[in-house]
Design a protein around this ligand. Structure first.
Ligand SMILES: Cc1cc2nc3c(=O)[nH]c(=O)nc-3n(C[C@H](O)[C@H](O)[C@H](O)COP(=O)(O)OP(=O)(O)OC[C@H]3O[C@@H](n4cnc5c(N)ncnc54)[C@H](O)[C@@H]3O)c2cc1C
Length: 309
């Protein structure tokens, strides 16, 4: 138990968290960050980022996250590489438990992101961020004139497949059933595209690779277990995202999928608790948008703290 009450605790160390840390440190709020189980966030999983402004040659994901951390620490952000286990937002100061230790804070900024759901097929871990991705906007341009797979049956899968036709020579969309969750218009746009082939009753059993990376997949028909091989150098898994909000134990309002709902700007249903980045974002899910929201949340927290006096 500590008597020390912080101005701001930031939970999560992706682009949203570090930007919130940078802004609140420069506002002299002496922020404390818990970086969590994946210090640096999702970009630690990717090799090249070509769409973050300011890096004309592109930059490696881990390298960018180290730079964001250094920049925020330079202005006074205190970072602990620990995971928040639970919180109590029912009274102020707010309580945050971290590996058995209790921390108190006048405000909290939640930046815990959303995990992509992976298939978990054999050989997947080795090819993550190399040939297998969960973000066509981020990685599509690496697959010019190549054959790629998209896995999924919802709107995101249709959107990713259609987007990838700009680069890929062929896009094969795999779905394990013959009924699609996607809206009719999105499905038809994909189905009519000359570069897209839709294969139903098809799921990935295992990934194949050679010295240069992903080379194909073994597909399985779930009806009878029969298999076939397909070649591809890229694959995009589009079966959904899961926001990391379980540790909040329903203390702030979320939508039915668990994404935090912003009430006034970046403030959540509990005054003094703010949220930024993929944990609130069901639409854009980009480093730059997460960073932008981190800035907004820090400025909102600063203003809110000021208004409390
Ligand atoms: C393979 C891949 C490639 C991508 N490529 C690009 C790209 O090229 N360009 C681009 O703009 N976007 C890209 N993205 C998307 C981008 O990574 C995300 O939009 C961005 O990282 C979201 O930032 P965030 O700060 O909201 O959360 P995240 O980066 O997801 O970070 C969440 C943080 O929360 C922490 N955390 C979670 N639970 C707890 C807890 N209980 N206690 C403490 N901390 C916790 C984690 O440790 C992590 O640090 C890519 C994503 C993936 C998966």
């Amino acid at each position: 138990m500590t008597d020390d009450v912080r101005n701001v605790i930031i939970i999560g160390s992706g682009p949203a968290g570090y930007t919130a840390g940078l802004y609140s440190a420069r506002a002299l709020l002496e922020p404390l960050m818990f970086a969590g189980y994946m210090s640096g966030g999702q970009l630690m999983l990717t090799s090249d980022i070509e769409n973050f402004p300011g890096y004309p040659e592109g930059i490696g994901g881990p390298e960018m996250m180290i730079q964001l951390r250094e920049q925020a620490e330079k202005f006074g952000l205190e970072v602990q590489d620990k995971n928040v286990e639970k919180v109590d937002f029912s009274e102020r100061p707010f309580k945050v438990w971290v590996e058995g230790e209790l921390f108190l804070s006048k405000s909290v900024i939640i930046c815990t992101g959303a995990e992509s759901i992976w298939l978990g097929a054999e050989g997947e871990d080795e090819q993550k961020g190399r040939g297998i991705s969960t973000c066509a906007t981020c990685d599509g341009a690496f697959f010019r004139e190549q054959e790629v797979l998209v896995i999924g049956g919802g709107d995101s899968a249709m959107e990713e497949a259609t987007f990838l036709t700009r680069f890929a020579s062929k896009v094969t969309l795999l779905h394990r059933r013959d009924v699609f969750r996607a809206s009719k218009v999105m499905y038809e746009r994909a189905a009519k595209h000359p570069k897209i082939e839709i294969k139903t009753f098809s799921s990935v059993k295992s990934w194949l690779s050679d010295d240069s990376g992903l080379s194909g997949a073994i597909l399985e028909d779930p009806r009878d277990g029969s298999t076939e091989e397909i070649s591809c150098t890229g694959a995009f898994i589009a079966i959904g995202h899961k926001p990391i909000t379980g540790f909040l134990d329903k203390q702030i309002e979320t939508d039915e999928s668990g994404y935090i709902l912003a009430k006034i700007h970046t403030m959540t249903s509990v005054p003094g608790i703010f949220a930024a980045g993929d944990v609130v974002d069901t639409r854009y899910r980009q480093a730059i948008t997460a960073a932008g929201m981190g800035c907004q949340a820090a400025m909102d927290a600063e203003k809110w703290l000021e208004d409390q006096h």
